[in-house]
Write a protein that binds this ligand. Structure first.
Ligand code: DX5
Ligand code: ZN
Length: 220
């Protein structure tokens, strides 16, 4: 089970210290939300920030591109040091090609689905990815309420990818100790948490509280 703190909820003026605090809390992945004000109604950060993050942490950089035509920026984020790049199925005309481009550039590839997107949208690219991100809120903002029905997609994805123990299923949005159990019971193994980690003063406790809430639930 992996908790991936999302820097969207961090204090950007103190980013290095914020990141150190979650690394010290035991987080192995850092979730980096990239928004372009076009695919989603918010703007965040680009490759230069990823490059700076790369210099201050050993955590795996899990870059979530909420941008239109993400294929145009795959190389830039790969060169900046992203370990994984996840693109939205809704943002790619040629999803299969974009996934191949991510892998050719070096990082591991992920594909994300919005709450209204059926899991079938990624069924025929599952072989090419090692992560599916099931959005549990509509992308664009931190601090939104978890949408419970979204996790019903996860058992289907697990079924289609039967035998793929290496396939990560990540949930993102409104994840906290109260909502994480439903996602994990459905088959998720990566829990993105923004407000539930960076919104708390004690990051060690925040990460531990999430892990404790799902510890008793059998997973994949
Ligand atoms: C939402 C982002 C999320 C966000 C989650 O568009 O993709 O990663 O940071 O924030 P919380 O955990 O506060 O819902
Ligand atoms: Zn995200």
């Amino acid at each position: 089970m992996i908790v991936a703190p999302s820097i969207l909820a961090a204090d950007f003026a103190r980013l290095a210290a914020e990141i150190e605090s979650v690394e010290a809390a035991g987080a192995k992945w850092l979730h980096v939300d990239v928004m372009d004000g076009h695919f989603v109604p918010n703007i965040t950060l680009g490759p230069p920030v990823v490059e700076s993050l790369r210099r201050v942490t050993k955590m795996l950089l899990d870059v979530h591109l909420m941008i239109a035509e993400p294929g145009r920026y795959v190389r830039a984020f790969a060169e900046a040091g992203a370990d994984r790049i996840t693109v939205h199925a809704e943002a790619c005309t040629h999803l299969h090609r974009t996934i191949q481009e991510i892998r050719a550039a070096g990082p591991k590839a992920g594909v994300a689905v919005n709450p209204a997107t059926p899991p079938e949208a990624v069924r025929w690219v599952l072989d090419g990815v090692d992560l599916v991100l099931v959005m549990t809120v509509n992308p664009g903002f931190g601090g939104q309420a978890f949408i419970p029905g979204t996790v019903q997609k996860i058992p289907r994805l697990r079924q289609w990818a039967a035998g793929r123990k290496d396939l990560h299923i990540e949930v993102d949005g409104g994840i906290d100790p109260g909502t994480a159990p439903a996602a994990v019971a459905a088959g998720a193994d990566v829990l993105v948490a923004g407000s539930a980690v960076f919104g708390k003063a004690d990051r060690k406790k925040a990460v531990a509280d999430i892990l404790r809430a799902v510890a008793h639930i059998s997973t994949v």
